[in-house]
Ligand binder design. Structure first.
Ligand SMILES: N[C@@H](CCC(=O)N[C@@H](CS)C(=O)NCC(=O)O)C(=O)O
Length: 263
């Protein structure tokens, strides 16, 4: 049996849910409420001491890291194989997979620099300190602390937009040769990338690609039109929360002269 420990609105969880849907695999949901801090509960820390989702439990075998989980899921069944056939194309897919670590860090920066920041600013200084102290990854805690303090003025925001803009440019270049990210068929790389584009769109920042990258704009409409996209998002997302994410994202980043190169 497959069970997924995941967050409703977590980018990496959406990514895994897309692959589960593409592969038509049955799975059991173990929802972790991240805003409530359930990732820090002793029972979850026993599953993932890093206090992050997603984690896949396959008959007691525990696998973390969303990209690795997606690769693992693909190899579980022959239904809709997502890995391209040639060794070179597999290598290209793996490179996209490695880059997702950077993309995740960047969308996380934008979310914490805007929407999450607003939520965290409602906490008392003591509650905030307790939150940073609970995070096992101290570098990440340092980044979040800076974002909550400075919002769009944090240098992390500029770096994140620069990296995500590079993601769009790299995809546009890839789409000059093929219809999809790696080949002329939808593959794992397309599935992996979708969730990051979706989060940027939720933040109201799709201008990042819409202004400059027509092939990427068309690619994004195509991945969103797939059934896997709605299966992975619609049942889990709170529309009211998505509206707020978009409102705060736009207010924070659009019309900010510092980001004119990107948006
Ligand atoms: N590299 C990891 C990143 C996982 C990650 O950071 N997950 C976020 C949600 S997308 C999380 O659990 N955050 C918990 C927190 O911020 O406390 C992966 O791709 O699985």
């Amino acid at each position: 049996m497959l069970a997924l420990h995941h967050g409703a609105n977590s980018v990496c969880s959406i990514k895994v849910r897309i692959v589960l849907a593409e592969k038509n695999l049955d799975w059991e949901s173990r929802h972790i409420d991240l805003p409530k801090g359930e990732q820090f509960s002793p029972s979850y820390l026993a599953i993932n001491p890093r206090a992050i989702v997603p984690v896949l439990d396959h008959d007691g075998l525990i696998i973390n890291e969303s990209t690795v989980i997606c690769e693992y899921l693909d190899s579980l069944s022959e239904t809709n194989p997502l890995q391209p056939k040639s060794v070179y194309e597999k290598a290209k897919t793996h490179i996209w997979g490695i880059y997702t670590l950077e993309y995740h860090d960047s969308v996380n920066t934008l979310t914490f620099g805007s929407y999450q920041r607003q939520m965290l600013l409602e906490k008392t200084p003591e509650e905030l300190e307790a939150r940073w102290a609970a995070m096992p990854n101290k570098i990440r805690a340092h980044k979040l602390k800076d974002l909550v303090k400075l919002g769009a003025e944090s240098h992390y925001v500029y770096v994140a937009l620069e990296r995500l803009s590079r993601m769009c440019r790299d995809l546009e270049l890839a789409l000059e040769t093929n219809q999809w990210a790696v080949t002329n068929n939808y593959s794992l790389a397309d599935a992996l990338l979708t969730a990051y584009f979706y989060r940027i769109e939720c933040l109201g920042l799709s201008l990042l690609w819409e202004r400059r990258y027509p092939k990427t704009t068309s690619w994004y409409s195509r991945v969103k039109a797939r059934e896997s996209f709605s299966t992975a998002t619609a049942p889990w997302l709170d529309e009211e929360a998505v509206r707020k994410i978009s409102k705060v994202g736009k207010e924070t980043f659009l019309d900010h002269s510092k980001f004119i190169d990107f948006l």
